[in-house]
Ligand binder design. Structure first.
Ligand SMILES: *Cc1c(COP(=O)(O)O)cnc(C)c1O
Length: 403
């Protein structure tokens, strides 16, 4: 029987929670389930958390909050999903891509080389759940020469006084860096709750706020919550009390709030994430690690060292010495054996939109090297250990049997 690449977790708890939203609260848009989901995610991050309708919209919200727009630059790694670039491009900003390290994350040295007086934000990506090197990134951004280049053009930029770090933590809820949970590693950390991610609401995103003083993160939460609802300072739920009809539009916002019906799905998952779902992903990740460690053609993905621990979102296997053509033949053999795999990611500089904007893959040799021999294996909670064993068998046979 075929093994799909990915399946969302829709179990009895999810169905019960959605049923509760429909039958007991009778509330569909942003309301009590969203508040509960934010509180549960805050237990993981240790920060205030705002839920929105996607990672992409959440990242746009943070850049908009900072006042990023035309003429500004945002630095991102060349190796990521296109949304990391689009959140900035959709605000009219220019995306500056830099090459990555062997562990798939942005190279802090390349950030130094890319900063200009137009740079307003850096968006590191925690690839596959493996945190970027935030201390090294912060150290570069705190260098006197780099700080001196920062040119504030809005009151919030003035208050911050340096380049903002927005983490693309689409993969990395539950990951840790030097004992600190993802959510406290950047100024703002945006998680994705899309259907393929570790926790899902169907579509959704969550922003963990960790802004430095003098910002008050609770105050910014309240402001951002309005900004995610057309700038309206009172939601339909909060107005749904006799006499509470008056509201204000306090700023020009986006309309990106999360519906309660979506929050219910994630609420059932997040409650058992730390105790059950995340350990289960790690167990399967380790089965892959142990199996492929026995093959000298395998380059294993980063997972755990003295400082970092991954959230085991993607199993990014690489085939030593394989070029793109051989990797593609291996994928064909794996597909013919009924196993769904993927490649994370086709570098943006190889996609039409970005090529048309002048980005060239020749400028990102490490990104191309990582991409050209990478195959992502199935990894999700409903994948059985017998299926993991079958994936391993099929992948080993396909690699060793494909010239
Ligand atoms: C999934 C993903 C996103 C986008 O998330 P959405 O919630 O679909 O907007 C952004 N960055 C990375 C690295 C992703 O994998």
């Amino acid at each position: 029987m075929a093994i799909p690449f990915s399946l969302p977790l829709i179990d009895a708890d999810v169905i019960a929670e959605v049923n509760d939203a429909l039958t007991n609260t009778g509330w569909l848009t942003t309301g009590p389930k969203v508040r509960q989901l934010e509180a549960e995610i805050a237990l993981i991050t240790g920060t205030p958390v705002l839920c929105v309708n996607s990672w992409t919209s959440g990242a746009m919200l943070m850049l908009r909050w900072l006042g990023v727009g035309p003429g500004d630059e945002v630095i991102i790694p060349a190796y990521t999903y296109s949304a990391t670039a689009l959140c900035a491009m959709n605000l009219g900003a220019t995306v500056v891509m830099v090459d990555v390290l062997d562990d798939f994350t942005i190279d802090p040295e390349n950030i130094r080389g890319a900063v200009t007086e137009r740079t307003k934000a850096v968006i590191p990506v925690d690839m596959g759940g493996w945190p970027a090197d935030y201390d090294a990134i912060r150290a570069v951004l705190e260098e006197p020469g780099i700080r001196a280049m920062f040119s504030a053009s809005t009151p919030r930029q003035q208050k911050l006084g340096r380049i903002l770090i927005v983490s693309d933590a689409a993969h990395s809820i539950g990951a840790t860096y030097k004992g600190t949970p993802d959510g406290q590693l950047a100024d703002a950390t945006v998680f994705s709750l899309h259907s393929v991610k570790n926790i899902t609401t169907g579509e959704g995103g969550a922003i963990a706020l960790n802004l430095p003083t003098p910002f008050d993160n609770e105050e910014e939460y309240t402001f951002l919550k309005a900004l995610a609802l057309n700038g309206q300072n009172k939601s339909a739920f909060e107005k749904n009390v006799p006499g509470a009809w008056r509201y204000d539009i306090i700023d020009q916002g986006l309309k990106i709030n999360m519906p309660d019906i979506n929050a219910a799905i994630g609420l059932a998952q997040v409650r058992k994430y730390a105790g059950e779902l995340l350990p289960d992903r790690k167990r399967k990740f380790e089965l892959y690690q142990d199996a492929f460690a026995q093959h000298d053609w395998a380059i294993l993905p980063p997972y755990r060292d003295a400082e970092r621990e991954s959230s085991a979102h993607l199993y990014l296997l690489r085939i030593k010495g394989a070029d793109e053509q051989r990797r593609d033949r291996v994928i064909t053999a794996i597909a013919e054996a009924g196993v769904g795999v993927n490649v994370h990611y086709i570098p943006m500089a190889m996609l039409t939109l970005f090529r048309n904007r002048g980005y060239d893959i020749a400028d990102y040799p490490k990104t191309y090297e990582l991409y050209s021999n990478e195959i992502t294996l199935p990894l999700y909670n409903t994948l059985t250990e017998a299926q993991v064993a079958e994936v391993i068998r099929v992948v080993v046979e396909s690699v060793e049997g494909t010239p």
